[in-house]
Write a new protein. Structure first.
Length: 252
């Protein structure tokens, strides 16, 4: 399986990555990506960017050297009620919003029940598109509940390439956790997204560890957000409508 987009990458602006927008674009071209999402961390991560930076993401052009650029963020879930660490106004100006649990943030993380509740509540946020690294063993969740909620809320669970690297400390069970939620996802029609979580240009567009896993489990391509240009463009076109509908139902 070959994917057309890397939907999770960082630049120097996030405070702990090593490459620039220009370097990541060049790397995306080398990896034959058509779309690149730049998803900087939320402000409550230690050393993370100020929220002004996330408010300024739109200064990055939507197309650079033929690559479609999605100006996004990887926010932090900071409470058990699923609160994300960016205001609604700034969130509304982003093309793509990821969120997940991260060490060092205010989220207390008191175990599986609380993590599941936090993740499921976060998925009700109208602006959220993707749950970043839901496989993280440091934040165990009930995948049955999480998958059901994701299907209902039309949220993608991420296959995070960085989690699949055995060299990533603390993510040793990442692969098995991905297999667990993919097995449920196949039955339930769970939408998923793939991201490198690159913190340096050399990792941008390097999605083979994830595509290998998806091939192994025979995951339906139509459920993979970055499988085809048309599928991704349709999602982006329909996105404002989904946000509006959820806002009207009174989430925020
Ligand atoms: Zn992350
Ligand atoms: Zn990340």
């Amino acid at each position: 399986m070959k994917l057309i987009a890397d939907l999770h990458t960082h630049t120097v602006a996030c405070g702990h990555a090593f490459s620039t927008v220009e370097e990541n674009i060049r790397a995306a071209r080398r990896a034959e990506m058509l779309v690149l999402a730049i998803t900087e961390h939320g402000p409550s991560l230690p050393g993370g960017p100020h929220h002004y930076l996330l408010g300024a993401m739109s200064t990055i052009p939507a197309y650079i050297e033929g690559i479609r650029v999605l100006r996004g963020a990887e926010l932090n879930i900071i409470s058990s009620s699923g609160k994300l660490d960016l205001d609604q106004d700034r969130m509304s100006r982003l093309d793509l919003v990821l969120a997940g649990f991260h060490a060092g943030t205010p989220y207390p993380g008191n175990g599986r029940d609380e993590n599941t509740q936090a993740l499921c509540s976060a998925m009700e946020n109208p602006y959220l598109d993707i749950i970043a690294h839901p496989d993280n063993p440091a934040y165990p969740v009930d995948y049955k509940e999480v998958v059901q909620k994701a299907v209902t809320e039309e949220i993608h669970l991420e296959i995070n390439v960085s989690s699949l690297k055995t060299s990533h400390p603390g993510r040793e069970n990442g692969r098995q956790n991905c297999l667990d939620f993919l097995a449920l996802g196949k039955k339930e029609g769970l939408p998923i997204a793939v991201g490198s979580d690159a913190h340096i240009s050399y990792a941008v567009g390097e999605l083979q560890a994830a595509t290998k896993l998806l091939d192994e489990v025979n995951y339906p391509p139509e459920l993979i957000l970055n499988y085809s240009r048309e599928g991704l463009e349709t999602f982006l076109e329909k996105r404002p409508e989904r946000v509006k509908k959820k806002l009207e139902s009174g989430f925020l």
